[in-house]
Design a protein around this ligand. Structure first.
Ligand code: ADP
Ligand code: MG
Length: 273
């Protein structure tokens, strides 16, 4: 009934505290340590080279949550330990809102990651077409940074193509994939004991079109990937997950909530912009 639903929503809202971070009002702020940002000049220039003069509403809201740094004993540390569920209409610029924070994180932690050149971030998308578009967006925004992005294909990692050797390793920082291909690769790896997996260094997971990825058709695949990545990230800071969608049904929202960090203060609310 309507009343029940309203009550439930109210209770949920209470459970998840609002993160009060000032919105990003111009891309220039991303270059300003006074504003709490330290984006690489190259990525900033790549944003401007797209002809984007100002952040869209969803970018204004999400970029601070995922990128804003804080001063702790003279050092800028990232606030990006939060998981995020963002609901914003189609065409509102969600791709940039997760790609730029990924690039910022990869570039700023590159030294710490040292020789580790394995996959560090995974973006899941429900279709091959969308996955391809995301790869193109990452390429445009990462020109000149050395960050590498790949589209998951059959024959990569643990998967094999008929008549060929399995396991061309993924030599990329960011891997974009549809769910089943990646799940097969992860499952194939799990069968080889002792070997350090290709996905052992993944610390960021992005679900683009999260409503579709968590709907019946893809749900088990998506959650299977999430569980496997979460498990291997556990000993080392954990996996940060962000979910992006134009719409989210209440059933899907429940699953999404369960994927995010349990502590209410860390989970950002759905930003409906
Ligand atoms: P969504 O995933 O929310 O549907 P997209 O990320 O595909 O939206 O972006 C929609 C369009 O808006 C793309 O053509 C993209 O290049 C453009 N776009 C993204 N950010 C900006 C911006 N800050 N200013 C102008 N256009 C933008
Ligand atoms: Mg999109």
């Amino acid at each position: 009934g309507g009343e029940d639903g309203a009550k439930k929503t109210k209770r949920k809202k209470k459970k998840y505290a609002q993160l009060l971070i000032p919105p990003l009002t111009s891309f220039t702020q991303l270059r300003s340590s006074a504003h709490g940002y330290a984006l690489s000049r190259r990525v900033y220039e790549n944003i401007l080279a797209q002809g984007y003069t100002a952040p869209t509403e969803v970018q204004m809201g999400a970029l601070p949550v995922l990128m804003k740094k804080q001063q702790t004993s003279g050092m800028l540390t990232s606030l990006s330990w939060v998981d995020l569920l963002t609901c914003a209409p189609t065409g509102s610029g969600k791709t940039l809102a997760y790609v730029v924070p990924l690039l910022d994180w990869i570039l700023s932690t590159r030294k710490e990651s040292g020789g580790e050149r394995g996959v560090r971030a995974v973006v899941l998308a429900p279709t091959k077409e969308l996955a391809g578009q995301i790869v193109n967006e990452v390429k445009k925004l990462s020109v000149g940074t050395g960050v590498r992005v790949s589209l998951m294909r059959k024959g990569m990692a643990g998967t094999s193509v008929k008549g060929e050797e399995a396991g061309i390793s993924v030599k990329s920082d960011i891997l974009v994939s549809t769910p089943l291909l990646l799940l097969h690769a992860i499952e194939a790896e799990e069968k080889e004991d002792g070997k350090k997996g290709e996905f052992a260094n993944v610390r960021r997971l992005v679900l683009d079109e999260a409503d579709v990825l968590l709907d019946e058709l893809f749900r088990d695949q998506t959650l299977g990937i999430w569980r496997a990545l979460k498990e291997s990230a556990e000993k080392d800071g954990g996996l940060r997950t962000s979910l992006w969608s134009a719409t989210i049904s209440s059933g899907t929202e429940e699953i999404a909530r369960n994927m995010m960090l349990p502590s209410s203060a860390l989970a950002a609310p759905i930003t409906t912009l």
